[in-house]
Write a protein that binds this ligand. Structure first.
Ligand SMILES: Cc1cc2nc3c(=O)[nH]c(=O)nc-3n(C[C@H](O)[C@H](O)[C@H](O)COP(=O)(O)OP(=O)(O)OC[C@H]3O[C@@H](n4cnc5c(N)ncnc54)[C@H](O)[C@@H]3O)c2cc1C
Length: 500
């Protein structure tokens, strides 16, 4: 299914040293591809553009995510610019990993019609900085082939986008002391299940990966014993209610931008726990559960019912280790509880893939001093969805409408590590406020080309009514969101400030 025909997996870039481009894009994930697609609208026809990525093909993390991952929003709203999916599937279809990767690849053919695009896969960028040259400030990019660290090449460009993503890392198997159990990562699930037909499974982690894993195990064999260690538990946005199908698209649900507004208004900058509880009661699949976090995952009521009926046990605790005792293997929980497990039990590490490294991502501003380098990164974030950031930031950058407009920049990674619920509150306020400002500044024809906009799920008349409502309360909503974001900066000592 991978559409690699047009993208050689290793480009020979030995002769680029010293060359100058109109634009260099680093990162061929959905953020970098959205940036490239948007930039192609502004660059002159035939402009020279270079796209660099460490991976062998476009698609970013969709190249390496576990094979049973699916989109959690309907596939039309996960795209590059206004690129349509080249198939006829029901609108609500949740695309699988390889389908997503293949769709993202297709965006390159489209930009090639406008610009002269050169791609360099299996290339690692060491630095991307603004430098002073005889021609004025330019972006300078130093990179090397993955397998040739010593042979660096340096290219320059009038502009560069550095879209390195959220540092999605493959998890490692949990280091368990016991020799009587099997410890794996989701990428090895299918092969391990096939080799161990009767072994029970313990899914460690109650987020989206954990839920996907429970469902994948049950789909493989509904009789297999599966239990979940869910920590404080995760809330999921209710896809059944808020992404309704058929006639209900006209009569029920709510525009996603209205949901964001509501979440932003539930917060005052000091009440993240209370706001989470309000959110849970109103918008999630399991409003009565006492789950402690929300990480913007979506779930249907049907998925939740399958998970609940398929699980043999749910532990509201954290796994510390699995040990071997004379009586057999035992899970040791963080609370101190010991729980017996059968020999050969498979432990799947679903404890999270973002912001898990010892150190934070380097803190660099969205825009370099003379606007040559645009960064889409989690420290100076414009939107918690890097895809949306890639679209809006690039359009605003090329239009010279980014600085001084009131957009806020948030240190998503710093805040996430300090307090996840405060991160949800602040990121909802930021996402809504930046959207409202963009709606005021950008032409409707351009906004209409943002295929990522989740409001597009709903019929046009509902969207237009939503836009009017958004504009009518813009001033007070922006003022509210600013207060939330300023308070976040004060309380957590992280960047949460206007982009000036
Ligand atoms: C399991 C999982 C499921 C998800 N499901 C959804 C979903 O259903 N819907 C949704 O909206 N979001 C989902 N997400 C969030 C997801 O991260 C984003 O949707 C999106 O794909 C991230 O895109 P990105 O371009 O920012 O980053 P990435 O996809 O990580 O792309 C960044 C690219 O930059 C390259 N790069 C980084 N540093 C360098 C360097 N120094 N030199 C060269 N190249 C470099 C990397 O190789 C990579 O290809 C999911 C995330 C995970 C982990």
């Amino acid at each position: 299914m991978l559409d690699q025909s047009s993208e050689p997996s290793s480009a020979n870039l030995a002769d680029l040293d010293g060359q100058v481009f109109d634009l260099v894009v680093i990162g061929a994930g959905i953020a970098g591809l959205n940036a490239l697609y948007a930039a192609a609208e502004y660059l002159p026809k035939g402009a020279r553009v270079l796209l660099l990525d460490q991976k062998a093909t476009p698609g970013g993390m969709w190249n390496t995510a576990y094979d049973y991952v699916r989109l959690h929003q309907p596939h039309p709203m996960f795209t590059v610019g206004d690129l349509k999916w080249g198939w006829k599937k029901p609108r609500g279809y949740l695309a699988a990993r390889d389908e997503v990767q293949s769709h993202l690849c297709r965006s390159l053919s489209s930009v090639r019609e406008k610009i002269e695009l050169q791609t360099g896969f299996l290339q690692t960028v060491d630095t991307c900085d603004e430098v002073q040259t005889d021609q004025g400030p330019m972006a300078e990019i130093v990179f090397h082939a993955n397998d040739h660290e010593a042979s660096k090449q340096i290219v320059r460009a009038k502009k560069a986008v550095h879209a390195s993503g959220l540092n999605y890392q493959l998890a490692a198997p949990l280091p368990l002391t016991s020799e009587g159990v099997v410890s794996i990562i989701p990428q090895d699930l299918k092969a391990t299940l096939a080799q161990n037909r009767d072994s029970p499974v313990v899914v460690v982690g109650g987020g989206k990966t954990g839920m996907d894993t429970v469902l994948a195990v049950l789909a493989d064999n509904a009789e297999r014993k599966v239990s979940l260690i869910q920590g404080t538990g995760t809330n999921f946005f209710n896809r059944t209610k808020f992404v309704p199908t058929g006639l209900k698209r006209w009569t029920s649900g709510e525009l996603i931008s209205r949901v964001f507004r509501d979440v932003a208004l539930m917060n005052n900058g000091d009440n993240e726990e209370e706001a989470l509880a309000m959110f849970r009661r109103k918008y999630t699949t399991d409003p009565n559960a006492n789950h402690g976090v929300f990480l913007y995952g979506l779930q249907s009521e049907e998925e939740l019912a399958k998970i609940k009926s398929g699980l043999t046990h749910t532990h509201v605790d954290y796994l510390a280790d699995v040990i071997d005792t004379p009586k057999g293997s035992q899970m040791v929980m963080r609370s101190g509880t010991h729980v017996d497990v059968a020999a050969g039990t498979i432990f799947v590490n679903c404890t999270g893939s973002f912001f898990r490294s010892e150190t934070l991502t380097k803190d660099e501003p969205i825009l370099s001093q003379n606007d040559c380098v645009l960064r889409i990164n989690p420290r100076s974030g414009f939107h918690f969805l890097t895809s949306v950031a890639g679209f809006f930031l690039t359009h605003l950058w090329f239009r010279d409408q980014l600085r001084g407009q009131g957009y806020y920049v948030l240190d998503h990674e710093g805040l996430f590590r300090k307090n996840r619920n405060a991160w949800v509150s602040a990121s909802a306020a930021q996402a809504y406020m930046n959207q409202v400002i963009a709606v005021q500044n950008l032409p409707l024809t351009l906004l209409d080309r943002c295929g990522l906009d989740l409001d597009r799920w709903y019929p046009l008349p509902r969207r237009m009514a939503g836009l009017i409502r958004m504009k009518s309360s813009a001033a007070s909503d922006i003022a509210h969101c600013r207060r939330v974001l300023d308070r976040t900066a004060e309380r957590f000592d992280v960047q949460s400030a206007p982009l000036d």
